[in-house]
Ligand binder design. Structure first.
Ligand code: 7TS
Length: 415
């Protein structure tokens, strides 16, 4: 195993970040691993792994309810992570940072607690054709529950939003907009700031699904002007089972709790219950304490490396990857928008993506295959799925060369 050098600081070059990730220093089927599936789940640096382990070793106790030292320590670390995230995304207040189990729960929370009580027959909820199922199904549920209608902004052949009729769509009874920052299947970066501004002029709140945005670019919720921003820990080098909902305080204040239980109350009696203040009103029950602490360490890590540096590095890699892949005989690139981040989907000849993924795995190359929880995107291209290579800060040019070599081998095997 290569030396694991960078725990907290002094990250000199982005190339050396790779040394911080233990999982990237192993062989798979006799080949050193090439991890190109970070859009599904990114690997964790040692600093995150250690933060979680240290908490379990020394500080584990429940939060917000103990007078003893361990509970104080756990609470301090948990709430400290909230402060880090507030600063990281430039939220106005720590009360706007709600810990959830991930993007999926964050979107469902807004769908049920904000939207459901506010929409009815004749109202529309607007999403786009390139959403992940997590930003489709929660809105379909609200529509079923309320009689509201779901409308969908179309995409063009490159995988870019077709915004030609957007203004008219928006002006026609839309009460809420939910849109991905970056498409997980296609890599398209959506013009979310423009969309939020247009919706804002009409007083329509916007939720941004930031699952694929936050690991790859500087996210500033004040600058974006969004009302809600949802993301997951495990896609930004943190643990699984933890995520964040950022919500504008004025909106969160007017929303009923999403779930009832411990910690979200001030007082309970059989005649009625007084809810806790923000953000605790939305954090019922014992939270994922170690996950939140790990997420705080992931934020430290990202800030140490620097989002600008990450974005530059990944853009160089993406350009190289796209150009190299385009050279492969029989390849069809899916998702060729002008503004993209970190992802390339493709098909080669008529090789089934699962077969291709399996052959790549045998050469140590990890990619995701299938519909990527974006079935409407696959339907648009009339394909059952794709093979998807996704990049993160720890990838390098050699990883892409290994991918291309492995694809060549697969193509020859099937020829
Ligand atoms: N939104 C987007 C844009 C996503 O990419 C994902 C997960 C989610 C929401 C859901 O996140 P979760 O953490 O709540 O599950 N995307 C993927 C993917 O591309 N491959 O596996 C999971």
């Amino acid at each position: 195993m290569t030396q694991l050098q960078h725990s907290e600081s002094n990250i000199e070059s982005i190339e050396s970040c790779r040394d911080d990730f233990p999982a990237l220093h192993q062989d798979i089927h006799g080949h050193s691993i090439v991890y190109l599936d970070s859009a599904a789940s990114a690997q964790q640096p040692l600093s995150v792994i250690n933060a979680v382990a240290d908490y379990h070793r020394h500080d584990h106790a429940n939060v917000h309810r103990g007078v003893h030292t361990l509970s104080h320590r756990a609470t301090e670390a948990y709430e400290g992570a909230r402060d880090k995230i507030q600063a990281f995304i430039n939220a106005a207040s720590r009360r706007e940072i709600i810990f959830t189990s991930g993007t999926t729960e964050s979107v469902n929370l807004v769908a049920q607690s904000y939207c459901r009580p506010r929409v009815g027959r004749g109202d529309k909820i607007l999403i786009t054709h390139l959403e992940h199922h997590s930003n489709i199904v929660p809105w379909q549920l609200v529509c079923e529950q309320t009689g509201a209608e779901l409308i969908v902004v179309p995409i063009d052949a490159s995988g870019q939003l077709d915004l030609e009729n957007f203004d008219e769509m928006l002006a026609d009874s839309v009460r809420f907009v939910a849109i991905a920052h970056v498409s997980n299947a296609l890599g398209t970066i959506n013009p979310v700031k423009d969309i939020i501004a247009k919706a804002g002029q009409l007083g329509i709140p916007v939720l941004v699904d930031g699952a694929q945005g936050i690991p790859h670019m500087d996210v500033d919720v004040a600058d974006l002007g969004c009302d809600f921003y949802a993301f997951s820990g495990h896609k930004m080098f943190g643990p699984t089972g933890v995520g964040v909902l950022y919500g504008r305080e004025s909106l969160l204040n007017d929303m009923p709790p999403y779930q009832g239980g411990g910690d979200m109350i001030l007082e309970v009696s059989f005649t009625g219950t007084t809810y806790n203040d923000l953000p605790y009103k939305f954090e019922a029950g014992t939270p994922n304490i170690s996950g939140v602490i790990g997420l705080g360490a992931a934020v430290d890590y990202l800030q140490n490396v620097g989002l600008d540096r990450i974005a530059r590095h990944e853009q160089e890699l993406l350009t190289y990857m796209t150009n190299q892949l385009a050279e492969i005989k029989g390849i069809k690139l899916i998702g060729t928008a002008a503004h993209k981040a970190s992802v390339q989907s493709f098909l080669i000849d008529d090789i089934h993506p699962h077969d291709l993924g399996t052959i790549l795995d045998h050469q140590g190359v990890a990619v995701r295959t299938g519909h990527h929880c974006a079935m409407p995107v696959m339907e648009f291209y009339r394909i059952p799925g794709t093979t998807r290579a996704s990049l993160a800060l720890y990838n390098n040019f050699a990883d892409i060369d290994r991918l291309v070599t492995a694809l060549d081998k697969a193509r020859r095997l099937f020829a």
